[in-house]
Design a protein around this ligand. Sequence first.
Ligand code: UT7
Length: 348
Amino acid sequence: MSPSPASNRPAAPATTGRFGVRIAGTGSSLPVGRLTNADLEKVMETSDEWIVQRTGIHERRRINHELNESTHTLSAAALRAALSAARMTGADLDLIIVATMTGEMSCPSVACLVAKSVGAGHAGAFDVNAACSGFVFSANIAHDLIKGGTYKSVAVIGADTLSTLMDYSNAGRSTAIIFGDGAGAAIFRATDDPSKGLLAQCMHADGEGWKDIYVPREARDFPAGVACDPSKFGRVQMNGAAVFKFAVGTFSDLIQETLDKAGVAAADVDMFVCHQSNLRILTAARERFGISEEKLYVNIDRVGNTVGASVPLCLDELVRAGRVKEGHKVMFVAFGGGLTWGSSLWQL
Ligand code: UT7
């Protein structure tokens, strides 16, 4: 992304539709520690062959509290990298949104801690919890706040540390193999070019599906018919097969819905930046639309399913590799707990 001079807050009043929205910079941060399939074989009954065949994952990253790694520190590091890419400082930001389901505390928000870390002064800051869809939902919010003239510069971070909610034993083997930790950030800014920004966006949820992915904290959190098991408190409970079925259908329907809203053909999208849930889900969507392998980015083999960080981590890797740039049409697609699913098609 080409950098531009930093803005001065507060944003000047503007007329809706006069501005475009561009991505001024991206960044990401991964924990130092690697958790390979071989590491998991040592603590639970599983195998590298099973994990690779069912998910496409070879390794994921895991935070280490002794190294002071957390959702907050990863978020701040990702944002610093994005600010550097955009040639901005924290003081240039009007608003910080962190998409996460693994904040350290219920109060304050991760966003407030990040704002302090990067010197964002009195910029607004709040968290969004839409599980794996959180970054895409938040990017859509950021876009519309800028497009409407309310703000000029909004940072959106997707960050999660699901390792803190895992049971690394046989009892948790169907979830512990999938999830990894990480953070990705993007800075959205107003531009005088009104052709840049969202061509279409979708945000959906179905609370009926809450029990397919949930994290119980006490007895009353278990769905009707499921016995309370205190050993599951604070651990992700996932009906993998149900989520898999939901995801395969939803993924394709969501891409089609977004293309239809924008009046754009799949072949005209330069890159699909999709939530890395399971390689088989990504492959099914790619095959349905005849998307070439180069146009649907995959990093799940190296980082696993990083929940809210998944889409911005991919985006940052693509931007830094020069595979996503100004002029491209790029689609974000995500789905996850809630159940939630959302997308956006960007004209960069
Ligand atoms: O990002 C949030 C959204 N989440 C997702 O998108 C996850 C979607 N779901 C999935 O990716 C898959 O359902 C999983 C990868 C989680 C599981 O794969 P699966 O093919 O659906 O396996 P399964 O849960 O149906 O289990 C099949 C068998 C079972 O054994 P039996 O009952 O057939 O004897 C499991 O006990 O595989 C067994 N199994 C394992 N075996 C070795 C479950 N986990 C493991 C494991 N290693 N880690």
